[in-house]
Design a binder for this molecule. Structure first.
Ligand SMILES: Cc1ncc(COP(=O)(O)O)c(C=O)c1O
Length: 457
């Protein structure tokens, strides 16, 4: 097949898919699916075989844009960003240098300026990274190198022991960062949370003082701005007061809940003090719906990203340190993520994204009210922001809810997210789907109730 025919066929498959009535998924067990896919089949240079796999891929993948796909922090993707992804794949370049990706470079810089402005980092800098896990690690790395000037060149041998602190509900990527950066996972101290899931700032202060008394150096505190399970926001202003006293780097992990910054009302409610952080990250591919992956990391300082990340002889690739984005990155090749981001931004604008997060916030409120008024369902913890953690009431509740989720999946009805709050299993409903409205949300909860009534555990 000629390239043009291949592209036409892809366009045909995609437009047929868009015209089909949306079914959430076609369930097969892993073994059944393995047989169906016949992955071992040899068909060298056969486009017919490739298209048959493409069709199976689409047939057996969950339609994440379906309103009963309530499994993750994202659903579907914004159409402008999908257009951007297709073009990026066809053009296939790396946004490490201006020469190899001139338009992508300027779009990334432009978008970072927009985010710096909204966050309020007047003299800051930023970069797109591969996701918030990596962004959290880069922030921790910058803090480490600021605290111990020789850490970058000499490592951590024979140095004052370093400690990073975060909430017990922080994302596991912080543990990975402590491992990778040589801090040690036991020196990532987890601070207990309060009733609504936010970090206990008094306990944070006590932990810092205890570490200092034993000769340790607290170099980094991560405030989670929308925890993964409960959606709690750590209190930035209280932690800032401790920062002034103890002089650590304060990072905000807004991977999920940072999207509240788009709305002035929700920013004031959940993110006061945001502009005083040392660094902040957010995933545009989560609540705001850009195609995966689409992340940014911002510093309120200048020239730190490149002095943190730069290393080795790179004269073969970079021509201009101020222009080439790869200089301040941990990667060499950099996927172009800026085109899709820019297209989404120009299409929806900040106002469109503000309306979206406000709508999700209202739907979360509606879900909570519905659950509180229901005979069968119950909230496991009070809602802090966007996340609704609930379950079906049952005597053997954990096993029951596990079975209920499985049944919803096998029946191809809904794909719910599970999480634990202490020992309790919960359904973690994260509203991040533009196809969800009040009617569909209630249909989803009613579907959980209807199937729940058939479960015997
Ligand atoms: C609070 C928080 N931080 C970080 C991450 C990691 O983000 P990414 O998947 O972009 O690495 C997540 C992912 O769910 C998260 O919820």
């Amino acid at each position: 097949m000629q390239q043009q025919d291949v592209l036409q066929k892809i366009a045909q498959i995609l437009s047929d898919l868009a015209a089909e009535p949306k079914k959430l998924l076609n369930y097969q067990t892993p073994d059944e699916l393995k047989n169906t896919l016949a992955l071992d089949r040899e068909n060298p240079q056969s486009w017919t075989a490739l298209f048959s796999w493409i069709e199976k891929y689409l047939h057996y993948s969950a339609k994440t844009e379906h309103s009963n796909f309530a499994n993750r922090m994202w659903s579907g993707a914004n159409l402008p960003s999908v257009a951007g992804e297709i073009i990026t794949a066809l053009n296939n370049t790396s946004s490490c240098t201006f020469e190899s990706a001139p338009v992508a470079t300027l779009m990334e810089k432009y978008m970072l300026e927009q985010m710096l402005r909204i966050v309020g980092f007047e003299n800051g800098e930023g970069q797109m990274t591969t996701g918030s896990s990596n962004a959290n690690m880069i922030a921790m790395m910058a803090a480490r190198n600021q605290a111990l000037a020789s850490a970058k060149t000499q490592g951590l041998f024979n140095q004052q022991p370093l400690y990073a602190l975060t909430s017990a509900d922080a994302h596991y990527s912080l543990d990975k960062a402590a491992n990778i950066l040589g801090i040690g996972t036991e020196r990532l101290i987890k601070i207990p949370t309060l009733e609504h899931g936010e970090m206990d700032t008094a306990a944070l202060n006590d932990a810092i003082e205890k570490i200092q008394q034993t000769g340790g150096l607290v170099f980094f505190v991560c405030a989670t701005l929308g925890t993964t399970v409960r959606g709690a926001y750590d209190n930035i202003e209280q932690i800032l007061a401790l920062k002034h006293k103890h002089h650590f780097w304060l990072h905000g992990d807004g991977a999920w809940g940072g999207a509240a910054m788009m709305s002035s009302e929700l920013k004031a409610k959940y993110l006061p003090g945001l502009d005083k952080l040392d660094s902040f990250t957010m995933d545009f591919h989560k609540m705001l719906g850009s195609n995966l992956m689409c992340n940014f990391l911002l510093f309120s300082h200048q020239n730190l990203l490149s002095c943190t990340c730069k290393g080795g002889e790179n004269g073969y690739i970079f021509r201009d340190d101020a222009l080439d984005l790869g200089v301040a990155s941990l990667q060499c090749g950099r996927r172009v993520d800026s085109l899709k981001w820019f297209l989404d931004w120009k299409f929806y604008t900040q106002q469109g994204f503000a309306d979206r997060v406000e709508q999700y916030h209202q739907l979360a409120n509606i879900a909570e009210d519905f659950i509180n008024n229901s005979i069968e369902l119950e909230m496991v913890v009070k809602r802090s922001s966007f996340n609704v953690c609930f379950r079906f009431k049952a005597s053997n509740a954990n096993a029951f809810n596990q079975a209920l989720r499985k049944q919803l999946l096998i029946d191809e009805q809904a794909l719910l997210a599970l999480a634990h709050i202490k020992e309790t299993l919960v359904f973690r409903l994260l509203i991040s789907n533009v196809n969800l409205n009040k009617t569909r949300l209630i249909e989803l909860l009613e579907c959980v109730i209807k199937t729940g009534k058939t479960i015997n555990v």
